[in-house]
Write a protein that binds this ligand. Sequence first.
Ligand SMILES: [Zn+2]
Ligand SMILES: [Zn+2]
Length: 548
Amino acid sequence: MSAAARPHDHVSPPAAPAAALPSPSRPAAALLRWFWRAVPTAAVVTALAGLALWGHFADWKMPKFSTLIGKQSETAEDWCQEHNVPEATCIECNVTLLPAAKDYGWCKQHGVFLCPLEHPDVAQLKATPVITQAMLDRASRALAVKPRAENNSLCRLHMRRVQFASTDAVDKAGVDIAVVQERPIVEAATANGEVVYDGNRMAHLSSRVGGTVWQVERQVGDRVRKGECLALVDASDVGKAKAELLQSIAQVRLKQATFDRVQKLADGTIPLRQLREADTALQEAKIRQQSAQQSLANLGLRVNAEDFAALDTTEIARRIHFLGLPDDVAKHLDINSTTSNLFPIRSPLDGVIIERHVVAGEVVDASTLLFGVADISQMWLTLNVREDDARYVAVGQPVLFRPNSSGDELEIRGAVAWISTSADDKTRTVKVRVELPNNDARLRANTFGTGRIVLREEPKAVVVPGEAVHWDGTCHVVFVRDKNYHNPDSPKFFHVRSVRPGVKEADSTEIIAGLLPGEVIASKNSVVLEAQLLKSNLGTGCGCADGH
Ligand SMILES: [Zn+2]
Ligand SMILES: [Zn+2]
């Protein structure tokens, strides 16, 4: 390499001779430095590649597993490579050591092999358990609710056993055990929803007659009883109808008196025609009175003129003046200075005033909304249920609702009252209406929360930790510890049991069939057993001396 090849060296000519001397050695030193820096990295890369290659050919999991279960103490010849236990004690290779249990085969009803519900002797319990009708019913209920995960009826894993060299080997592998338990579970379809007023328990009130609001008696939020007066409307139609009734009552009295007088004289001194005329006039007056009475009834002001028979017209006028008004309102009003046009707006139900749209002096007609009243002792919850879940929902199913604002402590129980016949075209959800009791007024309209539609409540479901259940691509299995595990001379092994999983919760899984309460299963790190099972499953056969 010449100096001309490095033009930057010519920038400073006086320094050129000095720079020329180290120039051949400088790139070499840099190369050396780079080499020493790169060596550790290269070594790691090479080692990793080698390790990967070795792992590829030597089956990565096997040495690790062997180490865990204490292979170091054995020589290759007397070690069963296939099952990772000393060859002499390998129960899978030496069938005479521990003959396989009877193969009861496939249970079509429950979708598992060796079904303990029909063959309780397969259970790894000291005493053969008794299968009760309740246990069979429990499985039937679970299978009836919705389709469950299936097992392939050609799966053969259930005849296998996973053996360890010793109890220490189990501990070293970090395998924890759990006892199959019975505990309550709830299977539910979860959906978000909104609370609204019960549409069957609310009313929007308007005045039956047009007029001017004379007085407003109640405010938003007030609790009101059925029939309670909320406001008074000054309506001239009401005054006219009352006057009409008063006139008709007076007419009836007059015509009645005439008729009575004529009848007394009807002994030939007066013509019969006169009696008939008096009778006709009386009947006409009565019809008018009936009609006036009906007009008031149409406004909700009920009155019966017959009741006034013993009263004089002044007293009748006084009573009709404030007809329909509540006594506690009427007693404060002066009959001489107060209009007779007053018409009460009454609540049709017990409830709370949720809307008020009027003030005194406002002109209203029959189309003006004056008040909204709702009975809040029961509310509606509208849930948006996913289409997939909606097909399992039925009217009457219990619903557990938790308002978003309530934290975790409050869960209100209601029931499904209605299921929409259509799905929302945008969200693909189906509206489901739930009636929720609200006697303590904890629910508020237009608030949100989460509802669980209960498809099944099982007080005593068979439950295991979720990590205990494995799926190999064809069937679900759980590793059940042999019932003689703690006998000093017994081989330390787990049975491979096929199971039918049901509800999956956060960290537990329901077992519909395949396990019985009290059985001991591998839970934490049971994946070690699965790895061993699948590894030996992939092998061409047992590498033991007997050559099977
Ligand atoms: Zn073996
Ligand atoms: Zn069965």
